[in-house]
Design a protein around this ligand. Structure first.
Ligand code: AMP
Ligand code: MG
Length: 360
């Protein structure tokens, strides 16, 4: 049974009954009908667009459905997001990732097909970025405590000791067994740079399967704009001002159905002795990357890839990042630098709105 059709029909029937139960005089007939049309369309509009916001994947996840927003759809979406978190979070002891990490140097661990797929994709990006993107970055993230409440700058010796543990080549995948093995004790996977993208893609799948044509998915800055606006004008997505308060933007992207994902120094950081330490690490040096960039935004079709690419390109820096992007002709990018300059790749519809920044 098509539940939506049933619902619409029964609403109309009820409305008709309601109208029929009044007997109109010819004179006020017109105005009364107009009144009912107004009330009906007002409530239809209110029902049309609805949002749900929940904390998941260590961030604020919000989904807006611009039509047919029903609780049952939101329930489905958020239980899928929670399922992904339960599989891939390093902070959940029973997750696939924690089990893989707990068995580092000991034994391969069989995992859910979603986890397997995301790790496989992560290793692909590790390979093509020459290790700038490294899902085995876990020991560095833990050493700096960047995801916890008490981050601090570790000693240089500790960093040097940790570096050999950060190496994606020591992540062994077995397609037959669907298992993952970290060859050295102390190694640890961290899918923080790609899992939100995957969750956003899965959310988009659910929404499309429900036949919903227009939606916005925002999983902690991993954005997907689905379908097109009613008036066919492009979606507008702001680029966060890396030094500004949350929600303050430096400019606006105008895009069709696309995903927009940003990696930036402002997402997670701490300050010590006046210096700013952020969460995007150089796997070869062991320190937060310092290359003049404040943020990299990737605009493309698949959010998993955009998520991995935004981190990879940030860590690679502008020149190497641009050459990596050449292998992804569909992908576009916005770079924001420490000197307030902004660089955009060709074909992008980006309008700078903050006069303190300039396009170079
Ligand atoms: P994102 O915001 O998508 O760029 O992801 C940042 C998160 O990815 C960090 O909080 C770390 O958990 C993890 N991470 C940091 N540096 C790297 C790196 N070089 N490669 C892969 N993941 C990283
Ligand atoms: Mg990322």
């Amino acid at each position: 049974m098509d539940y939506r059709k049933e619902l619409t029909t029964s609403r109309i029937n009820r409305r008709e009954l309601f109208i029929r139960s009044f007997s109109f005089t010819r004179r006020n007939n017109f105005f009364v009908i107009l009144f009912f049309i107004f009330i009906f369309s007002f409530f239809s509009c209110a029902r049309d667009e609805s949002s749900r916001i929940e904390l998941a994947l260590g961030t604020v996840c919000s989904v807006t459905l611009y039509e047919n927003g029903k609780d049952i759809v939101f329930d489905k979406i958020f239980s899928r997001i929670n399922e992904i978190e339960n599989l891939m979070s390093v902070n959940i002891n029973s997750s696939d990732i924690s089990r893989i990490n707990g068995n580092a140097g000991l034994t391969p661990v069989q995992v859910h097909e979603d986890t397997y797929k995301v790790i496989k994709r992560a290793l692909y990006f590790a390979e093509i970025s020459n290790g700038a993107f490294d899902p085995a970055v876990g020991p560095l993230v833990a050493l700096w405590g960047i995801s916890g409440d008490n981050p601090s700058v570790p000693s240089h010796e500790k960093i040097i000791e940790t570096l050999p543990l950060v190496n994606w080549r020591n992540v062994i995948m077995d397609n037959q067994e669907q298992s993952v093995f970290l060859t050295r004790t102390g190694m640890a996977l961290d899918l923080g740079a790609i899992a939100k993208g995957f969750a956003a893609d899965e959310t988009a799948k659910i929404i499309k399967n429900e036949g919903i044509a227009r939606a916005k998915i925002d999983l902690g800055g991993n954005i997907i704009m689905l379908g097109e606006k009613k008036d066919k004008s492009p979606w507008r997505v702001g680029i966060q001002n890396p030094g500004g308060s949350r929600g303050s933007i430096i400019g606006i992207l105008r895009i069709p159905e696309k995903t927009v994902v940003t990696s930036g120094v402002y997402e997670r950081y701490f300050e010590e002795n006046g210096a700013h330490y952020h969460h995007l690490f150089s796997p070869s040096l062991g320190y937060p990357v310092q290359n003049g960039l404040l943020s990299v935004t990737i605009i493309t079709g698949v959010s998993t890839d955009a998520d991995a690419l935004s981190t990879a390109v940030f860590v690679l820096g502008y020149e190497k990042g641009i050459s990596l992007l050449e292998s992804f002709p569909e992908a576009q990018a916005v770079f924001v630098f420490e000197d307030n300059s902004v660089s955009v790749t060709g074909g992008i519809d980006f309008m700078l709105t903050d006069k303190l920044f300039y396009i170079k």
